[in-house]
Design a protein around this ligand. Structure first.
Ligand SMILES: C[S@@+](CC[C@H](N)C(=O)[O-])C[C@H]1O[C@@H](n2cnc3c(N)ncnc32)[C@H](O)[C@@H]1O
Length: 364
């Protein structure tokens, strides 16, 4: 884990570029914000829709996530502090209680990276549930050779699960199409080459056009949208693996009230935000249209508070009675503050989708 890496939270001022008012500077296109895209090797001149380009660049042969560990390029809540896994373990215990202590109790980490959350949750469980729990890492990358055998590894969720499915910063990496409104006011698919060069393709039609009309109506020429339908299908498939329990997706996102007019698609590599070039050398991510998904939404800040991650400073008196304990508690308070920061990870949305009646009210 690289301590200095920042979370993949694009400041709102960055992507929320307002249309130019008279006398103000014009909206800044991607190419100008980042400079020309680098060209890797021979130029592939074929343009494809963004969804296909993301699929190939992230998960195709030699795709970014099949070769690269997420923690080598950016910092998620899982990497920020073991307190995050402790909170997820606490939620798993509440699911366990609500389901009447099933044996096995199951925990599924969807988009598991290198299995860090699975190991953290196992370590945080008390002995009884720890012995009953089955931990499943679901990940498209190969199993890390040294991962504890207690953790199963597969590229799709198991069937008939009773327990908790948790997907941290997964949905934002589910490939999707990007559209742009042309000069005549018609939304068109944005096509892209592997070197990042874009052009407009066919007008958006069929189910995609219906989705845009319902969730992200097109704006003036030059504005963009990101069609969230593949995320809805992915989430339906994920929650479909549960027989009974709770599915939670934690991610950065937006709702109809605050859609970004120029979209959010961007790249990350080596701890820095980079242009979204679909050449397999970088993470490609777009915020999640959270309100199109079934379930209840709360902020990570409120969810973690409800799960006992408070972030309050230890009393000064502890410094003299237990200096080592004081230093530990102070470090934990700092980590909790990062996880719950309302301008950072704390602003993430936790989408909770219960399956069955028992786990409907476990989060605020
Ligand atoms: C941003 S990383 C998050 C990793 C980890 N959850 C964390 O929070 O540190 C997203 C991960 O999801 C994985 N992923 C994407 N689509 C997937 C799918 N359909 N099935 C399994 N894993 C997937 C990627 O390979 C990548 O490792």
């Amino acid at each position: 884990m690289r301590e200095h890496y920042r979370p993949r939270v694009t400041p709102a001022s960055y992507w929320y570029v307002r249309p130019a008012a008279e006398g103000s500077p014009p909206a800044i296109p991607w190419s100008a914000r980042f400079g020309a895209s680098p060209t890797v090797g021979r130029v592939d001149t074929s343009y494809v829709p963004w969804r296909a380009a993301m699929e190939r660049a992230l998960y195709g042969p030699d795709g970014f996530f099949l070769r690269q560990a997420p923690a080598a390029h950016f910092r998620t809540s899982v990497h920020a502090s073991p307190l995050f896994a402790r909170a997820v373990a606490e939620l798993l215990l509440r699911v366990d209680e609500a389901l009447g202590h099933p044996d096995p109790l199951e925990f599924v980490d969807l988009g598991a990276g290198r299995g860090e959350l699975c190991l953290g949750v196992l370590a945080a469980l008390p002995p009884g549930p720890e012995q009953r729990v089955r931990v499943h890492a679901v990940e498209r990358a190969p199993r890390p050779p040294d991962l504890a055998p207690r953790v199963t590894w597969a590229d799709r969720p198991p069937e008939g699960v009773r327990g908790l499915l948790f997907a941290n910063e997964w949905l934002d990496n589910v490939p999707l199409d990007v559209t742009e409104t042309d000069d005549a006011g018609t939304p068109r698919y944005v096509l892209v080459r592997p070197d990042g060069e874009e052009r407009l393709g066919d007008p958006v039609s069929g189910a995609d056009a219906d989705w845009l009309r319902r969730w992200w109506p097109s704006g003036e020429p030059g504005t963009r949208a990101e069609i969230g339908a593949p995320r809805e299908a992915a989430w339906a498939a994920a929650t479909g693996c549960l027989n009974e329990g709770l599915a939670v997706a934690a991610d950065y996102g937006h709702t109809r009230a605050d859609r970004p007019p120029y979209g959010t698609l961007t790249g990350y590599r080596d701890g820095r935000q980079v242009p979204p070039v679909p050449d397999g050398t970088r993470d490609l991510t777009a915020h999640v249209a959270m309100d199109t998904l079934p379930g209840t939404r709360t902020t990570q800040r409120d969810a973690l508070h409800a799960l006992g991650i408070a972030g309050s400073r230890p009393p000064l008196s502890l410094a003299s009675s237990d200096p080592a304990g004081y230093v530990r508690a102070l470090a934990e308070a700092g980590e909790a503050a990062e996880l719950t920061d309302p301008r950072g990870l704390g602003a993430f949305t936790w989408l909770a989708t219960p399956v069955g009646a028992a786990c409907g009210h476990l989060l605020p």
